[in-house]
Design a protein around this ligand. Sequence first.
Ligand code: GTP
Ligand code: K
Ligand code: MG
Length: 497
Amino acid sequence: MFFFYIYNRSRASHRLWSSAPLCATDTIFALSSGQGKCGVAVVRVSGPASALALRGLTGPDRPPAPRTAALRSIFHPQSKEILDRGLVFWFPGPHSFTGEDSAEFHVHGGPAVVSGVLDALGSLPGLRPAEAGEFTRRAFHAGKLGLTEVEGLGDLIHAETEAQRRQALRQMAGDLAQLYRDWSQRLTQCLAHVEAFIDFGEDDLIEDGVLDQVDNSVAQLQTEITCHLHDGRKGERLRSGVQVVIAGETNAGKSSLLNLLCRRPAAIVSPIAGTTRDVVETCLDIGGFPVLLSDTAGLRETADAVEQEGVRRAREKVEQADLTLVVVDATQLPTDPLQVPVFLGAHLLAVLPHGVGLEESLRHCILVLNKSDLLPVEQVEKTQTFLNKNPGLPPASLLSCHTSHGLENFMTSLQSRLSSLCGDPLAGTPSLTQARHRAHLHECFQALGQYQQYRDVDLALAAEGVRLALTGLGRITGKVGAEEILDIIFRDFCIGK
Ligand SMILES: Nc1nc2c(ncn2[C@@H]2O[C@H](COP(=O)(O)OP(=O)(O)OP(=O)(O)O)[C@@H](O)[C@H]2O)c(=O)[nH]1
Ligand SMILES: [K+]
Ligand SMILES: [Mg+2]
């Protein structure tokens, strides 16, 4: 095995990874806290002139101890006018976020103070305002963060719900990178074995069954990658929001349900059938899960051209939805409970997209039997008990959008669906979170197929397959060809991060 160890370092690693850090000579600065009036604003500086910036704005005496807050008067280096009194920090490289010498000014968050400090920094030689994501980009080049960690950090900044925060934090901490790194290491070993076999196979220098080991490793990796790819898009959905659509007949109370869930009159409600035509969308945090909730036009045959377009858009939304809330007017329920499943089945068929298997569609919907306030109390109870026991139907809740009766029960079913659609971001292997990762994993998977295809025919081509698979993984973590994707990734960052 010693032989392979040497090989790994001397050949495989050099051929595959080239991520030479770019030298950054400029010193950059930016407001890193939010815009607008606030208690404290943080202005960050990074680059070789950071010490100069600290001295320029706080004077040459008493430099702050590394990584320790020091209270200083902050003044303009040219006019010498005092701008504020605040805390300053000195982070000598490489022990800083960017790996470079860095400094921070924590000043009062008034716009005039902030612009005064930015102006003062800009007046110093070698300093310039940072571009969006430039601090993080420098951290990446210094090897402080891998690409998936950078993406996790970006997601953390944009996270709006608890579950999104958990997933982003886990990715930023490197859990996903660790998974891909583990696969990369195993593939590097496979490549070393195949190439050693090509070079020395005839010489008896190599242990028996080396290629069989590679076969097993490749097959095992294929299984793991397939499993990761077929996660039902849980991580991606959690990252971008679950598409939930409210659909059903006109006047069932769809817009009333939207307004109840978002606690404001977002959509017009009226007793006139066909009130909603456009899709009305709103973003919600439901139990920590991000939801993009859409209200749609009531589904019915109509001669009105505008309403027809509304119905077309409603159907399109249902087809794209992760979850459909099928709203039914409960006053139309048959009084005989035994007739209820047939009645509800007909409503489901009218709403759910054709072509997709019924069982599959049922898994992606919840029935909402609205206007329960108009039913006799005993019928409500009897029907709900009956529905709870009926396994052939999707979860069904009797609800009144007017009185909110039944809301708790409905929210429980909704949250349970959301959590199975997004998964638990803290449990098990980390989820795939981005389409970019998915595409590179597909490349990796296919390249492993190339290994299998040529293994007995042409070992050089088989080895090339393993090398391509490694490149695919390297693109995810940023070890390979990062520059071209960096621009895309950092575009979503804010200035100052
Ligand atoms: N009694 C009662 N009336 C309700 C309830 N929910 C909605 N309504 C009434 O039903 C009528 C239709 O409600 P909407 O929310 O506009 O129904 P919709 O499904 O959005 O209708 P379209 O947009 O026309 O398809 C309105 O008069 C509402 O006040 C409820 O829980 N109880
Ligand atoms: K209506
Ligand atoms: Mg409506």
